[in-house]
Design a protein around this ligand. Structure first.
Ligand code: SF4
Ligand code: SF4
Length: 371
C-alpha cells in the first residue's frame, strides 16, 4: 500500500552535527557534502530551529544553490526551549522561514515530544498552528519527533490523528533498550498508519565506532563493511519509512553513507542474525547512552559540560585509560568553557529534556568520582 514518503530515497542528511571550525559551521565543506548527496540522487534534508547555525548554513549551501523543487527540507519547532508564551513559540516558525530562505517546508515537526515537553505544545496549541500553516501552503506535511514511551506515543497519536508522520530514534542498539524502546515505538506508529522518519540510526556516532567486541562481530561477518553501514542498513530495512537521517559531519562520512545507500539492498537472514548478535553484545556493556545532542546544555543554569563528561566517562569504561579519559574531559569540558561534573547543583532541569532519559545527576556524580 502506498504511504507518505514512499518516493523518497532512504538516506536523509541530518544537519545537527555539521562540520565546524572553532564552533562556526564550515559552510564550504557543507556545500561539497550537499553536492555529493544530491548527485547521488538523495533529496531529504533535516534541520531544526534548535540546531544552532544549521538553518542558516543550509540556506547558503542548499537553498540558494539549487531549485527549490529538487529537495525536501524539514525543520522543527521546539516550544519547550525558553518559550514563555504562544507568540514566542509561534515566532520560531517565521525565524526558520527567514533563516532557511526556503519559502515553505516540506516537513515540519513539533520537536522532541514526550514527558514534560508535550505540555508546551498543548498549552500553546501548536497542533492547530501547524495545521493552519499547512492550509496556507507553508507546510506540506506535519508531524513530530518523539522521545518517550510507546504508551505515551499511543496517547498522542490517539489525540492527534491529523499528524502525518512521526520521527523516531531507531537503531539496533536501542531496538530493545528499555529506556528507548525503539521497536515498540515503531510498532505503535505503524499501527496508527503513520510513516516514520528514523533519527539516530548510528546513536550519535556511537555505532560507527562501537566497542571492539561489537566491531569484531561485524568484521567476522563482512571484513569490508563499516560499522556505520550495518547500523544504517538496519534502520533502512524497516517498512513504512520516509527516510533514515544520518547526521553526517564530514565528506568522508558522507562518502561512506552514500557507498552503501546509493544502491540499498535489504538485509539477508544472515545479516539480521549478525545484527542481533551485535545488539546483545552491546547491551552487555554499561555505557552512558548520551548522543551528544546537547539539549541539556540549553537548559542547564550552571553550564555544566554534561555531554563532554559522559564522552570521557564512556572512554574510561571502554578502554580503562584514565589519563586519556581525563585528557578528553579537560578538552571537551574545560576546553569548551564548561564547568566540571562536580559543580552540578542538582536542579534536575537537564533530566526533563534529555531524550535518552539519562539520570544525569547520578551519572555526573559517578564521573566526578571516577575522573
Ligand atoms: S542538574 Fe546539574 S547538570 Fe543538570 S541542569 Fe542542573 S546544574 Fe545542570
Ligand atoms: S545527556 Fe541527554 S540531553 Fe544531554 S547531550 Fe546527552 S543525550 Fe543529549
Amino acid at each position: 500500500m502506498a504511504y507518505l514518503g514512499e518516493d523518497i530515497k532512504k538516506l536523509g542528511f541530518g544537519l545537527m552535527r555539521l562540520p565546524a571550525n572553532g564552533g562556526v559551521i564550515d559552510v564550504e565543506q557543507v556545500k561539497v557534502m550537499v553536492d555529493k548527496f544530491l548527485e547521488a540522487g538523495f533529496t531529504y534534508f533535516d534541520t531544526a530551529w534548535a540546531y544552532g547555525g544549521s538553518e542558516d548554513a543550509i540556506r547558503q549551501a542548499l537553498v540558494e544553490r539549487y531549485p527549490r523543487e529538487k529537495f525536501q527540507l524539514a525543520t522543527k519547532n521546539a516550544a519547550w526551549i525558553n518559550c514563555k508564551t504562544r507568540e514566542e513559540a509561534v515566532a520560531q516558525f517565521d525565524t526558520s522561514l527567514m533563516q532557511t530562505g526556503a519559502g515553505y517546508f516540506d516537513f515540519y515537526l513539533l520537536h522532541n515530544l514526550g514527558e514534560s515537553r508535550t505540555k508546551f505544545f498543548d498549552d500553546y496549541d501548536m497542533w492547530s498552528f501547524v495545521q493552519e500553516k499547512k492550509k496556507e501552503g507553508l507546510i506540506k506535511h506535519i508531524g513530530f519527533s518523539f522521545h518517550s514511551t510507546p504508551e505515551e506515543l499511543e496517547e498522542i497519536l490517539n489525540k492527534h490523528p491529523e499528524m502525518e508522520f512521526v520521527q523516531l530514534q531507531i537503531n539496533y542498539g536501542d531496538w530493545e533498550y528499555p529506556a528507548i524502546q525503539s521497536r515498540k515505538c515503531y510498532e505503535v506508529a505503524r499501527k496508527h498508519g503513520k510513516s516514520v522518519v528514523i533519527m539516530e540510526p548510528v546513536k550519535g556516532g556511537m555505532l560507527a565506532n562501537p566497542p571492539k567486541s561489537v566491531q569484531d562481530i561485524f568484521k567476522k561477518a563482512n571484513p569490508e563493511a563499516s560499522c556505520a553501514s550495518w547500523a544504517i542498513r538496519f534502520a533502512a530495512d524497516l517498512d513504512g519509512i520516509i527516510t533514515v537521517l544520518s547526521g553526517m559531519s564530514n565528506v568522508e562520512q558522507m562518502e561512506d553513507n552514500l557507498s552503501y545507500m546509493k544502491h540499498f539492498t535489504k538485509l539477508s537472514e544472515n545479516e539480521k542474525k549478525t545484527l542481533e548478535e551485535a545488539r546483545k553484545e552491546l547491551s552487555s556493556i554499561p555505557l552512558i547512552p548520551c548522543t551528544t545532542c546537547n539539549y541539556c546544555a540549553k537548559v542547564c543554569p550552571n553550564e555544566i559540560g554534561i555531554s563532554g563528561s559522559f564522552t570521557a566517562m564512556n572512554y574510561l569504561t571502554l578502554y580503562g585509560d584514565k589519563t586519556a579519559a581525563k585528557g578528553q574531559e579537560g578538552w571537551l569540558v574545560g576546553g569548551h568553557g564548561k564547568k566540571s561534573a562536580s559543580e552540578c547543583v542538582k536542579c534536575g532541569k537537564c533530566e526533563e529534556v534529555c531524550p535518552q532519559h539519562i539520570k544525569i545527576r547520578d551519572e555526573l556524580e559517578k564521573v566526578s568520582a571516577a575522573l
